[in-house]
Design a protein around this ligand. Structure first.
Ligand code: NAD
Ligand code: DAU
Length: 331
């Protein structure tokens, strides 16, 4: 099988490529990645012999057409992915998440290639903190930020191309991932690398907001399960029952570092900050038989802390500029 992975030099995409190279050696992997600030060729170094990396933009119609025409399957991870950045400058989000997805869909339609679309639970908006409900694939779309609005728009493009043009597509909407190779702008790696540097973790607002954490490896095994067994045209929500509020996560990290539970700072809250995400993944579990393997969040955090301690050369170059950007935004 010839597999094209967009965004394969980013956090989740590079972990997907590692998993695929390890467990499916028969798959020929091509990565298409623009290597933006969030993409890093060295994330693919451990599997460099099994992967062809093409540096290019998913909005480049000619390049996308050529790569899709020689593929059997496209898994589309590439995106502008950070909410805070989308509040500072939405344009790259519109460009990559909407125009980029459109460009891929047109190539997939022309060449009749199977397509899996990676999306997020944020398309459903947020839930109240005291609401027992969880998101399902029947929850109406209600995105809050420019990031989640462009992801929602890209999902709707996929649905339209499946219904109107019959492309062979599936969509997955996953909750918050953590694990190795995540950019230091994101919550968990930011706090881990702060703690390594002796800086107090930074909590937006009161720290009450809830995210439904899943290990990146579990996200990626779910994606392969959907590709192998999912029904075309369907949407599957991916989650591992990992709800935690941000204060709990910071305090778990402080414990790992042997620091006092109140050794953090509250900083300016995010504009429009979604309160709570929670995934009901029953459809994926009962229909396709997927189960998460990394269900011990504390153990997963310890492994992730160990990874950042052992791989300072990977994250250090991005740390100072990321913190400078946060400081300008009051975070
Ligand atoms: P990331 O920011 O770490 O990686 C994105 C990758 O896409 C980078 O390698 C970047 O260089 C590449 N890219 C960006 N614009 C591009 C363009 N125009 N052309 C080609 N490549 C481009 O993101 P991530 O956290 O790995 O997220 C991957 C996907 O998973 C995204 O679609 C995101 O919406 C989705 N998702 C993320 C999470 C999460 O918790 N991080 C959860 C659910 C879904
Ligand atoms: O739910 C899936 C989404 O999860 C993905 O679609 C996004 O690509 C991914 O970035 C993530 O979005 P969040 O906005 O939830 O993730 P982030 O890591 O930016 O923040 C997680 C929570 O932590 C959120 O409530 C904001 C808060 N936060 C974040 C940072 C960077 C802090 O309290 N302090 C911080 O320093």
């Amino acid at each position: 099988m010839r597999l094209l992975v967009t965004g394969g030099a980013g956090f989740i995409g590079s972990n997907f490529v590692h998993l695929t190279a390890r467990e499916r050696p028969e798959v020929e992997i091509t990565v298409l990645d623009a290597l933006t600030y969030a993409g890093d060729e060295t994330s693919l170094a451990p599997v460099a012999d099994s992967v062809r990396l093409v540096q290019g933009d998913i909005t480049d119609g000619k390049l996308v057409d050529r790569l899709v025409s020689t593929s059997d399957l496209v898994v589309h991870f590439a995106a502008e992915s950070h909410n805070d950045n989308s509040l500072a400058n939405p344009w790259p989000f519109v460009q990559t998440n909407l125009i980029g997805t459109y460009t891929l869909l047109e190539a997939v339609r022309k060449h009749g290639v199977r397509y899996h679309h990676i999306s997020t639970d944020e398309v459903y908006g947020d839930l109240e903190l005291d609401d027992p409900a969880k998101f399902t694939d029947a929850t109406p779309y209600n995105p809050s930020s420019p990031y989640s609005a462009t992801k929602a728009g890209s999902d709707l493009l996929v649905r339209a191309w499946a219904r109107s043009f019959g492309i062979a597509a599936t969509i997955s909407n996953c909750s918050n991932n953590y694990g190795p190779y995540q950019h230091v702008e994101k919550f968990i790696p930011r706090q881990i690398t702060n703690l390594i540097d002796g800086i107090r973790p930074r909590l937006y607002g009161a720290g009450e907001n809830v995210r439904d954490w899943i290990h990146v490896e579990d996200h990626n095994t779910a994606v392969w399960t959907i590709i192998d067994k999912g029904r075309l045209g369907e949407t599957y929500l991916i989650g591992a029952d990992g709800e935690k509020n941000n204060l709990e996560v910071v305090q778990a990290l402080l414990e790992v570092f042997g620091r006092p539970a109140d050794d953090f700072d509250h900083v300016t809250d995010r504009a429009g900050h979604d309160l709570r995400y929670a995934i009901d993944s029953q459809k994926l579990r009962t229909e396709l038989g997927w189960e998460p393997r990394f269900t011990d969040f504390k153990a997963g955090l310890v492994d992730t802390v160990d990874w950042y301690k052992a791989n300072e050369a990977w994250w250090r170059p991005a740390k100072a500029a990321t913190e400078a950007k946060y400081s300008t935004a009051g975070h």
